[in-house]
Design a binder for this molecule. Structure first.
Ligand SMILES: *Cc1c(COP(=O)(O)O)cnc(C)c1O
Length: 841
């Protein structure tokens, strides 16, 4: 396979050929070394877009000819190309930690990827996480590739009309303007995959983006050979109705897997970022069937060991569900496509496989087809265990097999130039590429003065950005000239600057600061200790309540012209706006209703830049917060949509700002005007939280806690006989489970020891396929306990029945303990792969 190096590029003079290599590698989105090159080529366009690919699209042959004669420029280009290649070939964390690579490839499936505004195929946090994950895989040398869809419109763009109402626009993503290239097959032909759809097939074109060492493959359906309706499947991210969504998910999961096959890539791990991609499980199992001539069940058992599912949803209602009739229509061809009838497929997405009316739940499919499952923060792990409990009936909630890997952000993508300098001086240039061991201690060499100067400069920068945006917005909304001019003077470079930017939707409570407008007004207009606010956020086009909340802010600003310089709503929240805000603000506020913010990542982006967090004790902040690091909101409990509680928290938010945040910022300043208490919090937050909530830590945890264990499990069932053994065991368990039972439990106590003994009647089940355990529930001060009972002598006068025993120190009353029987099989995950459990009662 060859890949066209240039796509719709001007023909570059030979000495400049390297420009395409640099422009097509999205590494430029976080590594700014080569920025000077682009600035030299087209200074104005560079300032406006920061998009090297766009610059190459627009540059004239004349300029190119001139630059190709410019020896200094060519030398500089050669220098960057050499540096680029050298970096790509350098040793990495992964290659040093695992000289014998434990796996060859991880395929990371995601509906959206937020890598850069130059490739706008994301809507929010989920996509940014996926983008940060690929960037980090490149940094650390972890062999991950991305699989996604090339959205023709991506997510909508926002502007505000004269009355401050959200307007939505869907600009077309012209693929020739995006830093992606068509994937070509060995004959130089554009690679397409063909998907069976009801009554037709749909062609998907393959594209690829380069992100340092990592490739992202994207599929789109906008092929002239498809019907007009099918051409639009990959048109709008999260647009259209349920059928369109189903089509998109089929394209992602099945199309993505087909593409890997066409490319000859055999990933050991498929990592499903959210349930959208779960159909990959079916396609992968079917490939296995065909390659090994097994049945579907065995193929699923064999391939499951290499599937990992990351759930991001904090409420069960958030999962994608499809009407059974709709799914059945798309699964008509299932026997040919997956070698299995559609009822079997449908059963995989149901809580009760036998209920034909139950909708098909993508998360259920994802769980049933994966070996390891994780939530995205400690709290979200616990919440997910509760949500997935119905699939593991009678298992204690904390044994529901969902762990967590807390999200992190790609620090180099979100730090400012000034922050980068300070971190480089204290912790070295390679600080985010290793295991982050000494970061906290090394950072202490930074002086208070340097930290405070960082804030002052950053504030000034973000104010400059906000002014430009505000001028543009005012002019676009037909404001009079005076208002437009005033916009250029908005905000005070020495005032405490608070940022609040996120999706506007009810659970994020983006209007909490407006609960008491007079009180907010007093905070903003304090004669000595004023506060200023930068707000941004889009409401989903179908979220009426979210749009109302956007308008509440814009109206508040309209009604108080005197506040125009103190509160700015920046339209069209995107990665560029986010980058400016997280670099510039002193304080980041986040007010979700617990536990609906599965993790949240925007607050992590301020850490490296010295911004502090004031946030609900939800998602990542519930595990990050300590009094010396920032401020907590809420009581760490769930209150659902209790409006009285919302009011109570708003009250708390004002109080925190008035009594703690504002005084810490303005009081106790030293002779140089540096607020010692504030800077101490900055230091603690930067040094302790930045490494912990980086995607470096996150990706290393994925490797160590999920990928490696999964690869080991998969290796243990590489042979057909092992897989058949597991399937046979599962069948026997299912067949005989209802008939196994306990005899009478006997407990005695002596010398501080408790002795438990219980007969177990196993029907025809082999005793090697089960385990008998003693279980005690967690109580205050005691963890839950699971103790193994030992198989003793066969019971006389009974068939296949044994006595099981256990002895323990009598620290708890004997009545705390209950025997139970669970399936057990070496190399198998229980309860993931066998949900039975029998309790003694
Ligand atoms: C980081 C980011 C998000 C996610 O922020 P949350 O705090 O998780 O809501 C959404 N949109 C953009 C543009 C971002 O940069």
């Amino acid at each position: 396979m060859t890949i066209a190096p240039c796509y719709l590029l001007p023909s570059l003079p030979e000495p400049l050929a390297g420009l395409a290599e640099l422009a097509l590698d999205l590494r430029w989105s976080w590594s700014h070394a080569a920025d000077v090159l682009w600035e030299r080529i087209a200074p104005e366009l560079w300032q406006a877009t920061r998009n090297p690919w766009l610059i190459l699209q627009n540059v004239s042959n004349e300029v190119l000819d001139r630059l190709s004669q410019d020896q200094a420029f060519v030398a500089l280009l050669d220098h960057f190309i050499a540096g680029h290649r050298q970096r790509l070939a350098a040793k990495t964390w992964f290659s040093s930690s695992y000289p014998q690579p434990p796996f060859g490839q991880v395929a990371y499936f995601s509906m959206e990827f937020g890598l850069s505004e130059a490739l706008p195929i994301y809507s929010g946090g989920l996509g940014i996480l996926a983008g940060d994950c690929l960037k980090t895989a490149s940094d650390l040398g972890v062999p991950i590739l991305g699989i996604g869809l090339l959205w023709q419109q991506g997510y909508f763009r926002q502007s505000l009309d004269d009355c401050g109402r959200q307007q939505e626009f869907f600009p077309y993503n012209d693929p020739t303007q995006l830093p992606v290239a068509p994937v070509r097959d060995q004959h130089g032909e554009w690679l397409r995959v063909e998907l069976p759809f009801p009554g037709r097939s749909v062609l998907l074109r393959a594209w690829e983006a380069q992100i340092g060492r990592v490739k992202l493959y994207l599929l789109d359906s906008n092929d002239p050979l498809n019907s007009p309706a099918d051409r639009g499947i990959t048109s709008e991210l999260y647009g259209g109705g349920p059928e369109m969504r189903l089509q998109q998910e089929i394209c992602l999961g099945i199309g993505g897997w087909f593409l890997l096959r066409r490319l000859g890539i055999q990933p050991e791990i498929c990592h499903l970022n959210e349930g959208h991609a779960a159909f990959a499980i079916l396609a992968r199992a079917h490939s296995h069937m065909r390659d090994h001539g097994t049945d579907f069940r065995c193929a699923l058992t064999a391939t499951r060991a290499g599937n990992i599912f990351t759930t991001h949803t904090p409420v069960a209602a958030g999962f994608d569900r499809f009407a059974p009739e709709l799914l059945a229509r798309y699964m008509e061809g299932a026997p040919q496509a997956f070698g299995v009838d559609s009822d079997t497929v449908l059963a995989l997405g149901r809580e009760n496989p036998d209920d034909p009316r139950e909708p098909f739940n993508m998360a259920w499919l994802a769980i049933r087809g994966s070996i390891l499952v994780n939530g995205v923060s400690r709290l979200h792990g616990a919440v997910s265990r509760r949500i997935f409990q119905p699939l593991f009936p009678r298992w204690p909630e904390n044994e529901v097999p969902v762990t967590h890997v807390t999200n992190g952000v790609h620090t180099p993508s979100w730090d400012s130039q000034d922050a980068d300098r300070i971190w480089t001086e204290s912790c070295g240039k390679e600080r985010w590429l290793g295991d982050l061991q000494d970061i906290e201690s090394r950072f202490q060499s930074v002086t208070d003065q340097a930290l405070w100067a960082l804030r002052a400069n950053a504030r000034q920068q973000v104010i400059g950005f906000a002014r430009t945006r505000l001028e543009r917005q005012s002019a676009a909304a037909h404001a009079d000239e005076e208002t437009v001019q005033r916009a250029g003077l908005a905000l005070d470079p020495n005032a405490l600057t608070i940022g609040f930017a996120r999706r506007f939707t009810a659970y994020k409570r983006p209007n909490m600061l407006l609960a008491d407008p007079d009180r907010l007004y007093r905070l903003l207009t304090h004669p000595h200790f004023p506060v200023q606010l930068l707000i941004a956020g889009k409401a989903h086009p179908q979220d009426g309540a979210g749009k109302v909340m956007v308008q509440q802010w814009t109206q508040f600003i309209h009604q108080h012209p005197e506040l125009a310089g103190r509160v700015v709503f920046i339209a069209d929240y995107d990665m560029l706006v986010a980058e400016q805000l997280v670099q510039g603000v002193d304080l980041w506020i986040n007010t979700p209703r617990r536990p609906w913010e599965a993790s949240g990542t925007s607050g992590m982006k301020v850490l490296v830049n010295g911004g502090l967090n004031l946030s609900e004790l939800d998602g990542w902040w519930a595990e990050a917060y300590a009094p010396e690091l920032g401020w907590p909101l809420g009581d760490g409990q769930e209150h659902d949509t209790d409006l009285a509680w919302d009011a109570h928290e708003a009250e708390d938010l004002y109080r925190l700002l008035e009594e703690e945040v504002v005084p810490l910022f303005y009081h106790n300043r030293d002779a140089n005007g540096c607020p010692c208490g504030w800077v101490a919090k900055m230091r603690a937050s930067m040094s302790r939280l930045t490494p912990r909530f980086s995607s470096n830590r996150m990706v290393r945890e994925y490797v160590e806690q999920l990928y490696l264990p999964a690869v080991q499990i998969a290796a243990a069932r590489a042979g057909r006989s092992q897989v058949e053994r597991i399937c046979q065991w599962q069948g026997e368990i299912a067949q005989h489970w209802e008939r196994i039972h306990f005899g009478e439990l006997q407990i005695s106590q002596d010398a501080g020891m408790l002795h438990f003994q219980v007969p177990v009647y196993l029907n025809d089940l082999d005793a090697a396929g089960i385990a008998v355990e003693l279980y005690a529930l967690a109580t205050e001060g005691q963890n839950d306990e699971v103790l193994s009972m030992t198989q003793g002598e066969a019971l006389e006068g009974a068939v296949n029945s044994y006595s099981y025993r256990c002895e323990i120190a009598a620290r708890r009353p004997a009545s705390d303990y209950t025997p139970r029987i669970v399936p057990r099989m070496a190399g198998c995950q229980v309860p993931m792969e066998a949900q039975q459990i029998l309790w003694y009662r």
